[in-house]
Write a protein that binds this ligand. Structure first.
Ligand code: NAI
Length: 271
């Protein structure tokens, strides 16, 4: 795999799990990493609120001297967690950071690369209300609250997580091919991991309700994935290998999605 040693890459969620594994690997190859996280990072910021997101954008651009070759949005939370907070961190913490950091990406000497971390929960979670995904994409906080108010407990958390990650994937697909992104030399793609053994997944496994649901999720290759495996894929998506990649959502999930919905590919469209 090709990877330019001179690159500056910003990574949200760099202090743990997938983000940490990626940071370590990129640094070994000589890249400069600007980590953004609640702790143990170059930029300490809370992406759950507007103020923290604005601060993260300003400090990251400052530390990068205005030039970013890549951005990876790995900061995220999963069940068990307050549903609205999950949407705030996973969705707004991704879309606002990407929008705000775009000016740094425009200054890269080569095609800048962006990898948003979505999830295979986008395709394997049943009954996610389309209106909730739409409300996220419309940034309609009142609507989000109203829809979530119709659910409780595990169901509310499961749909909120899936909706937040689906909004991320749709944002990537809607935005990547536009003149402001692909047309301006930025390659925007998403990765959709399956169950990866990190502190986030462990939090779910330790939960009485979610633990069983996660343990019974079929993973055809036999076991959970590791953060290093996902970091390897993201690295590929940050490299020159991704120069012809635009708006892709790459599923790396040990086969769960293929097992659960084998014939949902391809999906044709009507004109
Ligand atoms: P992790 O819990 O190991 O790491 C997440 C990082 O995000 C932590 O360092 C945490 O401090 C940071 N973070 C959380 N809330 C934040 C906030 N408000 N502001 C700033 N930083 C914050 O989790 P993991 O598993 O590495 O997750 C990385 C991404 O991968 C997440 O977006 C997650 O949703 C996604 N993902 C994870 C899967 C898994 O099974 N582990 C499966 C599919 C997607």
């Amino acid at each position: 795999m090709q990877f330019d040693r001179e690159k500056t890459i910003a990574i949200t969620g760099s202090a743990s799990g997938i983000g940490l594994s990626l940071r370590q690997s990129l640094e070994l190859k000589g890249a400069t990493v600007i980590g953004i996280d609640l702790k143990d990072a170059e930029v300490i910021a809370d992406l759950s609120n507007q103020e923290g997101r604005s601060q993260a954008i300003a400090e990251t651009l400052d530390q990068a001297n205005g030039v970013l070759d890549g951005v990876v949005t790995s900061a995220g939370v999963g069940p068990p967690c307050d549903p609205a907070k999950m949407i705030s961190i996973n969705w707004l913490g991704t879309v606002q950071l990407l929008t705000g950091l775009r000016e740094g990406l425009l200054s890269s000497k080569s095609n800048a690369k962006v990898v948003a971390v979505s999830s295979n929960s986008t395709t394997i979670t049943p009954n996610v209300p389309e209106v909730l995904i739409d409300a996220c994409l419309e940034f309609h906080e009142e609507k989000i609250q109203a829809i979530l108010g119709d659910y409780s407990g595990m169901a509310a958390m499961a749909i909120a997580y899936a909706a937040s990650k689906t909004a991320v994937a749709r944002f990537v697909r809607r935005t990547a091919p536009t003149t402001e992104w692909a047309g301006s030399g930025i390659r925007l793609n998403a990765i959709a991991p399956g169950a990866i053994l990190t502190p986030l997944l462990q939090g779910g496994l330790d939960d009485e309700e979610f633990g069983d649901a996660i343990r019974t999720l079929p993973v055809p290759v036999g076991d959970f994935g590791s953060p290093e495996i996902i970091a390897g894929w993201i690295e590929m998506m940050l490299s020159d290998a991704a120069d012809f990649m635009c708006g892709s959502v790459v599923v790396v999930d040990g086969g769960s999605d293929a097992l659960i919905r084998p014939d949902d590919w391809p999906q044709s469209f009507t004109i």
